[in-house]
Design a binder for this molecule. Structure first.
Ligand code: C5P
Length: 312
């Protein structure tokens, strides 16, 4: 029997996020291009008397504001989903090391769930693999399937139907983290309120904006990708946190190839044209917003995977 097993899963940036009108179930149909980036969550599972979860930052400090009960914690819900109908499997304790900002629009909670799915499947030897885990992922949250698969992909539906996008290039980003989180449902509600004046049309797979992003990705060209970045949730995020407009403007002034709010925000992503350029932009961002709020990342990176397994 294993004594412990660790798995990782990445955060994401939405390079494109087209949002349709609210559906009868309250969700919105999306057309999204996700890119997995080099901020990650690590979930370590160990056998325990009962299920439980602890969330810490990379320095080992507890992270406040994350539920630890099995109804709400996404990593615990993922573990319980894999164990459903198999009471013989031993309960696990989950230790989460969180690099991804909480309520930041980068799918950190979804990465916890994806890492937990992969860790539990490997620990218990349930043998589901990615195809078997995908249906659980889609039920846990709209962004969990992408955190499982990683790299760069077009997502449709709630974001759970994924098709990989071919790109061999590496893209370098500077992230400016928000001072306070934004609730995803609140941003979608604000989107609906703003949509009363400008009703959105359902996203279409033949969208010109999608073609522009795919062409730039295929060419590996950060300048055209920067021009093609678009997020329909950005006006709603800026409406709830008007200071985001300054963070976007600061990126443009600093010479980023493109800037946008990631997902429902409030993380703002500045696209650089090289690693060197990202380091220069990060210096400017740190002077303006403080080093604690700035991260330099690159993408695409792989989806959820096992890091290590240790025997007892
Ligand atoms: O699926 P997930 O739990 O991540 O979604 C969080 C919330 O974001 C949903 O409850 C819904 O309010 C909103 N949402 C949406 N349409 C989507 C995805 C999320 O309205 N496609």
């Amino acid at each position: 029997m294993l004594g412990r097993l660790a798995a990782r899963a990445p955060a994401k940036i939405n390079l494109l996020l087209e949002v349709g009108p609210a559906r009868p179930d309250g969700f919105h149909d999306l057309l999204s291009v996700f890119q997995a980036v080099s901020l990650e969550e690590v979930v370590t599972v160990t056998p325990a008397a009962t299920f439980g979860v602890e969330v810490r930052d990379p320095q080992g400090r507890p992270v406040p504001g994350i539920p630890d009960d099995p109804q709400h914690n996404l990593a615990l819900r993922a573990a319980l989903a894999v164990r459903a109908g198999r009471p013989e499997l031993p309960p696990l304790h989950l230790d989460v090391v969180k690099e991804v900002p909480v309520a930041g629009g980068m799918a950190g909670g979804s990465a916890d769930a994806a890492a937990a799915l992969v860790a539990c499947d490997a620990f218990w030897r349930t043998g589901m693999g990615l195809p078997g885990l995908h249906p659980f992922a889609a039920v846990l949250g709209s962004d969990v399937p992408f955190a499982l698969h990683g790299r760069t992909a077009v997502g449709t539906g709630r974001g759970e139907h994924l098709v990989p996008v071919m790109t061999t290039a590496r893209f370098d980003w500077v992230l400016v983290l928000g001072e306070e989180g934004l609730s995803t449902p609140a941003v979608f509600r604000e989107f609906d309120r703003l949509a009363l004046e400008h009703p959105p049309t359902p996203p279409r797979r033949d969208s010109e904006r999608l073609r522009a992003v795919e062409t730039a990705l295929r060419a590996g060209d950060p300048v055209s990708l920067g021009a093609a970045l678009a997020n329909d949730l950005q006006p709603a995020a800026v409406s709830l946190q008007p200071g985001l407009a300054r963070t976007l403007e600061a990126g443009r002034e600093a010479g980023a190839c493109g800037v946008l709010v990631s997902g429902s925000g409030p993380t703002v992503a500045w696209l650089a044209d090289s690693h060197r350029h990202a380091l220069d932009l990060a210096v400017l961002a740190a002077e303006r917003f403080g080093p604690d709020r700035v991260r330099t990342v690159h993408g695409p990176v792989p989806g959820a995977q096992v890091l290590e397994a240790v025997r007892r």
